[in-house]
Design a protein around this ligand. Structure first.
Ligand SMILES: NC(=O)c1ccc[n+]([C@@H]2O[C@H](COP(=O)([O-])OP(=O)(O)OC[C@H]3O[C@@H](n4cnc5c(N)ncnc54)[C@H](O)[C@@H]3O)[C@@H](O)[C@H]2O)c1
Length: 279
């Protein structure tokens, strides 16, 4: 899709970080934007800022872990703008603990937002995009964590591997149908966002991001979200599947892929040195 001007782009997790940067880049490209996020006050701030910058935006409070919310988001988008051309299933959360120490609530939180969020996005939007019949594009936000299996962030990585896999399948299935709908999967390394401060709400016992000091530092020194957004827009325009932003993870990705090809047991690895991976 070469031209984004006058197109309608939906972004989940749009109140912060990568989602906010995507929404900003779409507005700058002349698109209309539907912003979705569970954080109502940040969502309102984000929408207000984009309107002041001249954007034609609609904000819809959405919990992507709830199918009914995402259905309603799709309905509001079509009702308001009459068409949708880009869907970014981007909302996501992370918490780090050894697999057996992640609580059930943490597992459910991450699977709910990171995996069900993308599933609900596909189920709510793709049938409508197929019916609409015009050129469109779906971007699912995974992570480098969806391409490697090093120690740490086990539950998060499980959800992101799933997002990579379902994005590949979605691309194949739409291509077999000759649908004019492109698919990309966004796999960034560390990006400077609020991810380390995420929580599932203020209720006592609600899960919140657990990240160690090195990981927090790597996020603080990560890539600017605006750079990730520009690469994403370029991939949409060029209809490229893989959106890779960080080159410094190629070694672990290659090692894991070759382990699979050669049926080699994974070598015991130390936790990746987050502070060495900042680009
Ligand atoms: N920051 C990184 O280093 C990094 C790296 C790789 C992938 N990612 C992925 O990028 C995506 C965006 O994260 P970010 O880094 O911008 O983090 P962020 O915390 O700055 O933004 C995430 C947004 O998602 C929203 N959100 C959380 N739960 C939600 C729900 N149930 N429904 C709707 N919205 C919800 C939050 O309110 C927040 O506004 C995530 O999928 C994340 O896994 C981030």
């Amino acid at each position: 899709m070469n031209e984004l001007r006058e197109k309608t782009c939906v972004v989940t997790g749009a109140a912060s970080g990568i989602g906010h940067a995507l929404a900003t880049a779409f507005v700058e490209a002349g698109a209309r934007v539907v912003l979705a996020d569970v954080d109502e006050s940040r969502l309102a701030e984000s929408a207000e800022g984009l309107r002041r910058a001249g954007g034609d935006v609609l904000a819809v409070r959405t919990d992507v872990a709830r199918a009914a919310d995402v259905e309603q988001l799709a309905g509001r988008a079509w009702e308001t703008f009459g068409a949708v051309h880009v869907v970014c299933n981007n909302a996501g959360v992370a918490s780090d603990a050894p697999l057996w120490e992640s609580s059930l609530a943490e597992w459910e939180w991450m699977i709910g937002v990171n995996l069900w969020g993308v599933v609900h996005g596909i189920r709510a939007f793709v049938p409508r995009l197929l019916e609409q019949g015009v050129e469109a594009h779906v971007v699912n936000t995974a992570s480098i964590a969806g391409l490697i299996s090093e120690p740490g962030l086990g539950a998060y990585k499980a959800t992101k591997h799933a997002v990579v896999s379902l994005s590949e399948t979605l691309r194949h299935e739409l291509a077999l149908r000759r649908a004019p709908i492109g698919v990309s999967v966004l796999c960034p390394g560390f990006v400077r966002t609020r991810m380390a401060d995420a929580s599932a709400g203020a209720a006592p016992g609600a899960p919140r991001a657990r990240v160690d000091a090195a990981h927090r530092q790597a996020l603080e020194h990560g890539m600017a979200p605006s750079v990730v957004a520009q690469r994403t827009l370029a991939a949409i325009r060029e209809d490229r599947f893989w959106i890779r932003t960080h080159t410094d993870w190629e070694g672990p990705i290659r090692t894991r892929a070759l382990d699979v090809v050669d049926a080699r047991d994974p070598a015991t690895r130390t936790k990746p040195q987050a502070e060495e991976r900042r680009t």
